[in-house]
Design a protein around this ligand. Structure first.
Ligand code: TRP
Length: 461
């Protein structure tokens, strides 16, 4: 690479930033998780709470991460060390690195599932199966000791290939190709779904709220998912923020990325629920929704095989641009703080994450007898190691976000924040006062409340 040694690798411009940051945000969270939790928590009312969480907690925290990253020009830990030297704040970054490791280890596994299903669709082996058979296909597959690991390794290799290219020539370049592709596939699927006879019920499910279904558990799920979906709480947006040019408007960028992420989640809902209702399937079928329920829908559709392949290709693409952003958090940290070469860090981290992920995936198979205790809703439940790590990361992200909000709200110099948001006074930022209050009080209080309420089961029936 022809690069000046004192010039940091970064995004080339606005389009690259949006593609990469939206690429990080838009992932399995939008197309796999958002539809199934929306289904479980009853539809429109849950979506409304989710939108509130995005606007009042997610968006301000994304902007806070951008501020810290671009100001410090450093990775998730280095940024805290640079902005608050000699303090314990770097622990927020350290928590982020740990969370990134945990998250990527299972994210790679689920991403591998999408590749397997792409293969199954291509071989036409999902067609002509009853719902029970499709359930068995999924159950047998994830319990297999080898197959999920094989696909996971392949997926992680793709991540390595992208991240080895660096920020501009790897992450940005692939995001710019893959994100438009994702949008096109998703729109094709949504049109197909919306034009099925009986699609209206799905639209009603998504947009006419039934508040009787809303409880504290749903509120927590909405908040946790806002963090997950926007890639917040563990330094992804600090790291990406550090690659954003000094002339870019951070506030506008954060709004664009948040809106893009939300719109894609809603379109994913429009691609899935009308079809689910049109074929009389239960919307609340949980994590298996896109792996069991949708193939069932495709099976009853003209050109179902084609649509099925499109859908799982879409999932894989979305997963890839997200997984690379998680990997980059750890890679940037090792490169900058310990002087590792990108090649070394990428291979070592991906190798370790793949190993841990392969072990976790056995929670659905060989190790399914191993149950770990987890405190949620005031009760200790026992789950397999795969689900345990997913639940753990659901709790770690809001904790990270809480501290990032406090850091920018209280610790960072007032003027530093204003300078970063206004590009040293070149932009007028009418929202500054409101933003301060949000970061100092509103977001942290909301996170703390929802977090404690969910763990201890306050207001739960
Ligand atoms: N946002 C991605 C998704 O919706 C996942 C993701 C990527 C992520 N980077 C992250 C989640 C950082 C939390 C933190 O699938």
């Amino acid at each position: 690479m022809t690069q000046n040694s004192n010039q940091r690798d970064g995004f080339s411009g606005r389009l690259g930033i949006i593609a990469a940051a939206a690429g990080s945000a838009i992932g399995l969270g939008n197309i796999w998780k958002f539809p199934y939790i929306t289904g479980e928590y009853g539809g429109a009312a849950f979506i409304l709470v989710y939108l509130i969480c995005i606007a009042f907690i997610g968006l301000p925290i994304m902007l806070a991460e951008f501020v810290v990253g671009r100001r410090a020009q450093k990775n998730a830990i280095g940024a805290f060390k640079a902005e608050a030297p000699g303090s314990k704040w770097f622990l927020t970054g350290a928590l982020g690195i740990i969370t990134a490791f945990i998250l990527l280890s299972f994210y790679g596994v689920v991403s591998g599932w999408t590749l397997h299903y792409l293969g199954l669709s291509a071989l036409n082996s999902l067609a002509d199966q009853t719902p029970e058979q499709l359930g068995n296909v999924f159950g047998t597959f994830i319990a297999d000791p080898w197959l999920p690991v094989l696909w996971q390794v392949l997926f992680m290799a793709l991540c390595v290939a992208v991240v080895l290219g660096g920020v501009k020539n790897g992450i940005e370049r692939y995001s710019k190709i893959l994100m438009p592709l994702l949008l096109v596939i998703l729109i094709v699927l949504a049109i197909r779904s919306l034009t099925l006879p009986g699609a209206a019920k799905g639209i009603e499910f998504l947009f006419s709220p039934d508040f009787s279904k809303l409880n504290m558990e749903a509120v927590l799920a909405a908040m946790g998912h806002a963090f997950f979906s926007l890639s917040l709480g563990m330094g992804t947006m600090i790291t990406y923020g550090s690659y954003i040019g000094k002339q870019e408007n951070l506030g506008v960028t954060a709004v664009q990325v948040s809106v893009a992420d939300t719109v894609i989640a809603l379109i994913a809902g429009l691609a899935i629920f009308p079809a689910v209702f049109a074929f009389g399937i239960e919307p609340s079928s949980g994590p298996g929704l896109v792996f069991i329920t949708l193939p069932n829908v495709f099976g009853q559709m003209p050109f179902g095989t084609g649509f099925s392949m499109l859908f799982f290709a879409l999932l894989a693409v979305a997963a890839l641009t997200s997984a690379i952003s998680i990997l980059e958090v750890i890679v940037a940290y090792l490169d900058e703080e310990f002087g590792w070469k990108r090649k070394t860090s990428t291979l070592v981290v991906a190798g370790m994450v793949t190993l841990v992920g392969a072990l976790l995936s056995q929670g659905n198979g060989i190790l399914s007898w191993l149950k770990l205790p987890f405190l949620i809703s005031g009760e200790v439940s026992h789950m397999n190691i795969f689900d345990w790590f997913i639940s753990l990361s659901d709790q770690l992200l809001p904790i990270g976000g809480f501290f990032i909000a406090l850091f920018v709200g209280w610790k960072l110099d007032k003027k530093a924040v204003a300078d970063e948001l206004s590009n040293d006074g070149k932009l007028t930022i009418a929202y500054l006062a409101a933003y301060r209050i949000t970061l100092k009080l509103i977001a942290p209080a909301a996170i703390a409340f929802v977090f404690l309420a969910s763990i201890f089961g306050w207001f739960s029936p």
